[in-house]
Unconditional design. Structure first.
Length: 131
């Protein structure tokens, strides 16, 4: 069982510097070597008619200390052991570097290098007050 909940206030971001996206993550699968990774995707077109996204390099948009799996993927939890409690995770994102567009974060649960499941969380970036 794997779940990622996103705080509703994080679903609409103003273009206003570094902001925290808050998540509650649950990992209740009995796996040998579980780890959770996150990647960032930007909508190809800012329209409701096109729901396709391109993967972007997450390192270009986040602030703080994060261990990277690759240039476009960061670890959320490297040792995501079984727990019946939600883990609180904060991702600091620099909204000034993002376009006025829709984005999604894809959280992936792996056992060693085998992908087990994914969860998407979407958010939009809009103009901040006074911009």
């Amino acid at each position: 069982n794997f779940d990622v909940l996103m705080n509703n206030e994080s679903k609409v971001l103003n273009k206003n510097g570094i902001q925290a996206l808050d998540f509650n993550i649950l990992q209740m699968s009995e796996l040998e070597n579980p780890n959770i990774r996150v990647s960032l995707y930007e909508k190809k077109e800012p329209t409701a008619y096109d729901q396709s996204y391109n993967r972007v390099n997450i390192i270009d948009y986040i602030s703080g200390e994060y261990e990277l799996f690759s240039e476009s993927t960061a670890y959320v939890l490297k040792d995501a052991l079984y727990s019946s409690d939600y883990y609180q995770y904060e991702l600091l994102i620099d909204t000034d570097k993002l376009n006025l567009n829709g984005y999604k974060l894809i959280f992936e649960l792996y056992d060693n290098e085998e992908l087990i499941t994914t969860i998407e969380q979407k958010f939009i970036v809009r103009k901040g007050r006074g911009t």
